[in-house]
Write a protein that binds this ligand. Structure first.
Ligand SMILES: *[C@@H]1O[C@H](CO)[C@@H](O)[C@H](O)[C@H]1NC(C)=O
Ligand SMILES: *[C@@H]1O[C@H](CO)[C@@H](O)[C@H](O)[C@H]1NC(C)=O
Ligand SMILES: *[C@@H]1O[C@H](CO)[C@@H](O)[C@H](O)[C@H]1NC(C)=O
Length: 191
């Protein structure tokens, strides 16, 4: 999960931003992520904005000798006037897929992951294959992404006022002898 040091510095930053209010940091997660890689930097939308859409980068190449990695990156779009996007750690391969948006006035609120569980007998594991989000009005955003593995449960908690940040667990490229899997897990921070 989040390193304690980074979590502590994020909480301090939140308290500074929030002045005297005591907003608790709320993190939403799922329980079917995988464990390889390094947790990236927590990135958050500019103050006062929320994540209203997303797109993913998927490795769709399926040819002999290619080390499949499936989901490589997740990009969230904030609704500040600049249209800031946030990604935490990016993967290295694949094609950026369609951007999907919540209905007007709504934001991303909960998510689930499609994951191929790690199997030591499989020489080409892929970990996370796809992600779906629910918006604050309950509508579903779904881009098919990669299709190995199975869908887990939606995050038990949801962000009632929207998702505002993310942190990804990504296995970095390790050379031709490594079975790379790119995204292994992700957590989101509520506004
Ligand atoms: C995401 O933001 C970066 C700047 O941080 C920008 O260069 C890039 O074009 C943006 N990507 C999209 C898809 O909006
Ligand atoms: C961004 O979206 C959130 C959630 O829908 C909303 O509360 C907020 O007012 C919006 N902010 C801007 C700058 O449009
Ligand atoms: C998310 O969307 C799915 C599919 O439409 C729906 O079954 C589920 O109830 C929604 N969850 C929430 C928390 O809105």
């Amino acid at each position: 999960m989040l390193s304690l040091l980074r979590l502590a510095s994020f909480v301090v930053a939140c308290l500074l931003l929030a002045g005297t209010s005591t907003n608790a940091l709320k993190i939403i997660s799922v329980n079917n992520g995988e464990v390889q890689g390094i947790w990236g930097k927590l990135e958050v939308c500019p103050d006062g904005s929320a994540a209203i859409g997303y797109q993913t980068q998927n490795d769709q190449l399926d040819v002999p000798l290619h080390d499949k990695t499936a989901l490589n990156s997740i990009r969230l779009f904030c609704n500040d006037t600049q249209g800031t996007n946030i990604t935490s750690t990016l993967g290295d391969t694949g094609i950026w897929e369609l951007r999907l948006n919540c209905p007007a006035g709504e934001a991303l609120s909960s998510f689930r992951l499609r994951v191929e569980p790690y199997d030591s007998a499989n020489s080409d594991n892929t970990a996370v294959n796809s992600i779906q989000f629910n918006c604050t009005d309950g509508s579903l955003l779904n881009y098919n992404g990669n299709t190995a593995g199975i869908w887990g449960e939606f995050s038990a908690d949801q962000c009632e006022t929207g998702i505002c940040g993310l942190e990804t667990l990504v296995q970095p490229l390790g050379g031709s002898l490594t079975d790379n899997t790119a995204v292994n897990d992700v957590v989101f921070i509520c506004c």
